[in-house]
Design a protein around this ligand. Structure first.
Ligand code: HXC
Length: 260
């Protein structure tokens, strides 16, 4: 599709796979790469034959961060005026389809932040997470301080961000930063694709609603969150797929979803 820094494919029906592909710079996230990623995600969001998306890097690096060489001479005025990094927040905010990030090798700085934008995170034993910005005289700028803290708790996130120390795959698994730690990079990517395939096999009306209600928990208090969930749950009684799913159960048949 004419991309220079990413490879987009469809490994299974309903599943899109995006691989970051800037090997010489360990997938450092330069502006054109982010633009390509943005446009690939947008086209998958708009494509009715895609139901879930997997994002991965290489065996050596998911992404070693924002492009330091591109950033090093940036001035405050230019960063402020052009809202540097704002395009990153656009990357997933429009995405209603589930995104699974499969992390092998380095996921540092902006790479860790991008990985954490996934609805589900997987990694292999080779993964190395971290927010090393402090070593460069700066701080995380694409959500790291917020998402890492929500994911692993304040004390651990504070330690990682203030020291720049890496977080191993083992720690990431134990702390719940990732949902699963696979042995090998190939198993990690295959596992992500299998999960995406499973999600794609369900009613896409229900999948969309499920993602929406889980995400609400990040912004709402428990009472409002539970109320929101119940409203959406009620709404699904208006879908054909709820009738199809429960009807198939009662008749001991396989549900044939209409996505209606
Ligand atoms: C630009 C990078 C890069 C980066 C690696 N490279 N990371 N270029 N930006 N973030 C380039 C190197 O310059 C080098 O290019 C090539 O990739 C291979 O990297 P090496 O350092 O030679 O590899 P290695 O010795 O194996 O070390 C791997 C590494 C190290 C530990 C991951 O590259 C590293 O520390 N990278 C920077 C990690 C980092 O600080 N990330 C946070 C960035 S700040 P040449 O041309 O020399 O071969 C950030 C802020 C986010 O992300 C804010 C909001 C987005």
């Amino acid at each position: 599709e004419g991309y220079q820094y990413i490879i987009s494919s469809t490994p299974k029906p309903g599943v899109a796979l995006i691989q970051l592909n800037r090997p010489k710079a360990l997938n450092a996230l330069c502006t054109p790469l982010i633009q390509e990623l943005n446009s690939a995600l947008r086209s998958h969001q708009a494509n009715p034959s895609i139901s879930a998306i997997v994002l991965t890097g290489s065996e050596r690096a998911f992404a070693a961060g924002a492009d330091i060489k591109e950033m090093k001479d940036l001035t405050f005025s230019a960063a402020y005026r052009d809202d540097f990094i704002e395009s990153w927040s656009d990357l997933v905010s429009f995405l209603k389809k589930p995104l699974i990030t499969a992390v092998n090798g380095y996921a540092l700085g902006g790479g860790c932040e991008l990985a954490m934008m996934g609805d589900i995170m997987y990694c292999s034993q080779s993964a190395v997470f971290g927010q090393p910005e402090i070593k460069l005289g700066t701080i995380p700028g694409a959500g790291g301080s917020q998402r890492l803290t929500k994911a692993i708790g304040k004390s651990r996130a504070m330690e990682a961000i203030l020291t720049g120390n890496n977080i191993s795959a083992k720690q990431a698994g134990e702390w719940g930063l990732v949902a699963k730690v696979f042995e090998t990079p190939q198993e990690c990517v295959d596992g992500a694709i299998a999960t995406a395939e499973k999600i794609a096999s369900y009613s896409q009306v229900a999948v969309k609603a499920a993602k929406e209600v889980v995400n609400k928990s990040q912004d709402l208090g428990i009472r409002e969150g539970v109320e929101f969930e119940r409203r959406v749950f009620h709404g699904l009684f208006g879908s054909q797929d709820q009738k199809i799913g429960m009807g198939a159960f009662a008749e001991k048949k396989k549900a044939e979803w209409k996505n209606e």
